[in-house]
Design a binder for this molecule. Structure first.
Ligand SMILES: [Zn+2]
Ligand SMILES: [Zn+2]
Length: 175
């Protein structure tokens, strides 16, 4: 599988019970396969600071504005969207398989935004609104596919921000 940003071959990296694909020696990006995220169970989270600074080749240059194709799905262009409530970090998501790509440094930037309890709560509320807002849940417009994508997103948050997922810390109760 090749990096959607720079084309370098991705290599497997174990973190929190899942295997992600990192662009080690290339641009330093990280690919999260939604199927990999699906395998994460609630007790298996662990922090891995190795992902915060994936070894990269500083000589690698690529066009940050270019379209990126999903490394899994032939011919599917990934969508850019804001990851965090502060709308500072954009990530790439495949609309077909639900995988995510983070550029080098984006994970650290996302984590840095969760330094206060208040921000963590705010971010979690935003990420979980779709799952836990009763009004939204009742809407037939919320497709199963969209819900599944929200769950994958929630699982990724759990892997990336393990400290937030200590039992009993969540304002909405058990998840
Ligand atoms: Zn790369
Ligand atoms: Zn895909």
């Amino acid at each position: 599988m090749n990096c959607p940003a720079c084309g370098h071959t991705l290599s497997a990296h174990e973190v929190g019970g899942i295997t992600v694909d990192v662009c080690k020696g290339g641009c330093g990006g990280i690919w999260f396969d939604s199927h990999e995220l699906n395998r994460v169970d609630e007790a298996s989270e662990s922090a891995d600071d190795g992902l915060l600074d994936v070894p990269r080749d500083p000589a690698v240059r690529f066009d940050h504005t270019a379209r990126r194709y999903c490394p899994h799905c032939p011919d599917i262009v990934m969508m850019r969207h804001y990851f965090s409530v502060r709308r500072e970090v954009e990530v790439d998501c495949c609309p077909s398989c639900g995988g995510y790509f983070l550029d080098h440094g984006e994970l650290a930037a996302i984590r840095a935004q969760f330094v206060t309890e208040e921000l963590r709560r705010e971010a979690a509320r935003a990420a979980f609104a779709e799952l836990f807002d009763p009004q939204l849940a009742a809407e037939a417009a919320v497709s199963a596919e969209r819900r599944e994508r929200s769950r994958a997103f929630a699982r990724m948050l759990r892997v990336l921000l393990p400290s937030y997922w200590l039992p009993g810390k969540q304002p909405w109760g058990a998840y």
